[in-house]
Design a protein around this ligand. Structure first.
Ligand SMILES: [Zn+2]
Length: 455
């Protein structure tokens, strides 16, 4: 087995089939390490990543059937490589809003562990098309079983009899909008009775677990590498950065921000194009700056609150961490000849002249210094990526956060293949590279940023 970082990542990704779960997993790691408070004052070393991945999502009314099959209506989320979702053992996960005994509504994470859905391909004998094309509404359409089996099934709970005194329902009840068997699975996963599930957000996920792969255990075959790998590495980097630190002098605030909705443009309350990160920084920036180790009031310096935010940002730095494209041996021509990041050769700094990435030269210098100091001075490798001029280019949360805050920013990410496939490929050793790089960023930022002078 390659290393414990890769092993720990496998549990993280397996426990995180949806963005809701990813946030829960990250909070758990921080909670176990005793995270409760922020240390005020000084510059902020930030890493931003996203927890969402392209997927299929159960429609608000999903109950469909045809030719003896139960079917579940789904909506596409983000730009997935949708043909990879065919013939996979799919299930659902997400969150359910459930009624409590006190009459309140509570959100519960749900994950159905067995494969209950599948999108079957058509036999080649019936359609000899050279390129696989399909309709995203009618053919990217999962089956959930057979109507006959559903009719023979004894429901877990008899339906509540329709009675004329029943309270008014603004929407059709859940078991009319979705197959009752699906609602029962969700209720079971939430540990409540089917009648107590009021609504849910359910995403489809592939039940095949993430694994270490490759002849020498050097690869990772997994769903959601983009961008759970960077979410995981930033949280672990933060945890490893706080461990050995006794010198509280000359340090910066360490901040990890995990956003939802990157794959659909980030414009939402929990997306990167919201006021979330700026308002957190605004709060951190006006906290008194503690000088020295004692809580002596004469040593607490209150910042000038009118410009504290701008001052904090002028000395802070954001690493926008999102997966990068490693060179693909079968499509080598798609990559710029001098910029072909290799799997397991280190985290990739992403550069784009048209600001699709926020990286600039002072940022590269800073990151190089951080990488040199990583792993107790042994250092971790870095790579550079630029897209071909005749190719389209993705973007990240880097440029939008950089613009919103006026903070220096750099885009980077670990190299992977098949980004946005339901089953992606990455490097088992790059997890450790990124964790050690981020750890070093948090530990050394305050010292390193002072040594980089830009007019
Ligand atoms: Zn991404």
């Amino acid at each position: 087995m390659p290393n414990r970082y890769a092993e720990n990542f496998l549990s993280f990704v397996n426990d995180s089939p949806t963005p809701f779960h990813a946030v829960h997993s990250a909070k758990k790691l921080l909670g176990e390490a005793g995270f409760t408070e922020v240390k005020p004052g000084g510059p902020i070393a930030m890493i931003g990543a996203h927890t969402d991945s392209p997927c299929l999502r159960v429609k608000p009314i999903s109950k469909k059937q045809c030719d003896g099959f139960l079917q579940v209506g789904v909506e596409t989320y983000g730009g997935g490589i949708w043909h990879t979702w065919f013939d996979r053992d799919l299930s659902i996960a997400g969150r359910a809003m459930v009624k409590t005994k006190a009459g309140n509504f509570e959100s519960k994470l749900i994950k159905v562990d067995r494969p209950i859905l599948r999108i079957p391909t058509l036999a080649i004998h019936l359609d000899r098309q050279e390129a696989f094309s399909f309709n995203k509404e009618n053919q990217l359409f999962p089956i959930a079983g057979l109507i006959a089996a559903e009719l023979n099934r004894k429901p877990a709970q008899p339906d509540i009899p329709k009675d004329s005194n029943a309270p008014f329902q603004p929407l059709k009840v859940l078991t009319e909008r979705h197959h009752p068997a699906i609602v029962e699975e969700i209720a079971g996963a939430a540990g409540v009775k089917p009648g107590d599930v009021v609504d849910f957000e359910a995403l489809l996920y592939d039940t095949q677990k993430s694994v270490i792969g490759g002849i020498n255990n050097e690869l990772i075959f997994s769903a959601r590498l983009d961008n759970l790998m960077m979410s995981f590495c930033s949280v672990i980097g933060l945890l490893e950065a706080i461990k050995p630190r006794e010198d509280e002098e000359d340090s910066s605030i360490s901040l990890v921000s995990l956003f939802d909705h990157e794959e659909i443009g980030s414009k939402s309350a929990q997306g990167a194009d919201s006021n979330l990160l700026p308002s957190v920084i605004r709060r951190l920036s006006v906290l008194p700056c503690s000088q020295g180790t004692h809580q002596n009031s004469s040593k607490i310096i209150s910042p000038d609150t009118s410009t504290a935010y701008e001052q904090t940002l002028s000395t802070s730095f954001l690493v926008s961490a999102d997966m990068a494209h490693g060179v693909h041996p079968n499509y080598a021509g798609k990559y710029e000849s001098d910029h072909r990041p290799e799997i397991n050769q280190g985290t990739v700094i992403k550069v784009n002249a048209n600001a699709r990435y926020a990286t600039n030269s002072p940022g590269i210098v800073l990151l190089q210094e951080v990488a040199r100091r990583a792993d107790d001075g042994k250092g971790v490798p870095l790579q550079l990526f630029v897209v071909r001029n005749d190719s389209s280019c993705g973007s990240t949360i880097g440029p939008m956060l950089s613009a919103a805050m006026g903070a220096r920013t750099l885009d980077l990410g670990n190299p992977q293949l098949s980004m946005h496939s339901v089953r992606e490929t990455g490097g088992a050793y790059d997890i450790e590279h990124a964790v050690k790089l981020f750890q070093s960023f948090f530990v050394h930022y305050a010292e390193v940023h002072k040594s980089i002078i830009v007019e």
